[in-house]
Design a binder for this molecule. Structure first.
Ligand SMILES: *[C@@H]1O[C@H](CO)[C@@H](O)[C@H](O)[C@H]1NC(C)=O
Ligand SMILES: *[C@@H]1O[C@H](CO)[C@@H](O)[C@H](O)[C@H]1NC(C)=O
Length: 302
């Protein structure tokens, strides 16, 4: 049972985020008649984004995709990266990363979910740029079970944000430190254990064959999938971007939202997502990702 947790949970908690038990207050304006400052507005946007990763707030987005995301949080043109997972171009890719990866307790053996969040560091020195650190607190959600409510390891995300004139996120550059340690601590996954790896490959292949059908089919059979993926590097969650099994375990979660788009990522070719990347070339792509010279995007002007 523990093994099944890794596949959809491990990543999910990690990627997504936060929870509502400790709602944070944005800095208060000097008096009640004052309008919301840009700093408050930016804090509220970031807080609302992380709040949507708290179970069950992400359910409408898993069910309806972009249509389930409240307006005003992300620009249609949003793009960014989340190390160590990858880069995401456009609204659908971005919102799926932030929300559809938030773990569902029913979807993993540890019954883990993000159950609260806290923005622990925040600064916004100009209207269009902010920096934040969030702690995404995870716990067991399994009503009636003895361990229901048990706290699991939190996940940390460090991010810089660029906002459009309306205060929606236009660009982001985020990092999840210690993702592999978090996955191991939370889901009891033994990422380097060959027996664990074999079980997780079997699960990934079984779920792929269930979700990627018809025109989205990737493999002739579970057996073919197992045999091919067993020859690929397993990877680890601190280097989740690559032609490896760990990358497919993350993108597999997204096949429930848009199978036509995500099934190729878990298949034999990796669909342009789970493909070999080179350090440093593929990690220093600011100009193409953000459409601005290096060093421009997340700096306050003047
Ligand atoms: C978080 O989202 C829930 C559900 O949408 C909402 O009821 C709650 O007020 C939000 N909390 C914060 C702090 O934004
Ligand atoms: C998105 O970008 C395109 C091309 O740069 C631009 O024409 C369009 O107005 C932008 N849309 C939004 C919602 O910012």
């Amino acid at each position: 049972m523990h093994l099944s947790g890794l596949r959809s949970v491990g990543i999910a908690c990690a990627l997504a985020g936060p929870g509502p038990h400790h709602p944070q207050q944005p800095p208060l304006p000097p008096n009640q008649n004052q309008t919301v400052t840009d700093e408050q507005r930016n804090f509220n946007t970031i807080s609302s984004i992380y709040n949507l990763t708290v179970y069950p707030n992400q359910l409408p987005i898993i069910q309806r995709g972009g249509a389930g995301v409240p307006p005003g949080l992300f620009s249609q043109n949003v793009s960014g990266r989340v190390d160590p997972v990858g880069a995401f171009q456009g609204f659908e890719d971005s919102i799926e990363y932030f929300f559809a990866l938030a773990p569902l307790p029913q979807g993993n053996g540890a019954s883990a979910a993000i159950t609260s969040y806290r923005i622990t560091e925040f600064s916004s020195g100009c209207s269009d740029v902010a920096a934040s650190v969030v702690y995404l607190y995870c716990s067991v959600v399994n009503p009636g079970a003895p361990d229901d409510g048990k706290a699991l390891a939190p996940l940390k995300q460090v991010a810089f944000w660029k906002f459009d004139d309306a205060g929606a996120v236009l660009k982001y550059d985020a990092w999840i430190p210690n993702l592999n340690a978090w996955v191991e601590a939370t889901t009891a996954a033994a990422v380097t254990n060959p027996q664990f790896q074999a079980q997780s490959i079997l699960q990934i292949c079984a779920v792929t064959q269930m979700r990627c059908t018809g025109a989205n089919t990737q493999w002739a059979s579970i057996g073919e999938c197992v045999s091919v993926l067993s020859q690929r590097p397993y990877g680890n969650y601190d280097a989740a971007w690559g032609d490896n099994v760990v990358c497919r375990s993350i993108h597999l979660v997204l096949t429930q939202v848009r199978p036509d788009h995500h099934c190729p990522h878990v298949g034999p070719t990796g669909g342009g997502k789970c493909v070999d990347v080179q350090y440093p070339n593929d990690y220093f792509t600011d100009e193409s990702l953000y459409g601005q010279p290096v060093g421009e995007t997340f700096m306050c002007k003047k």
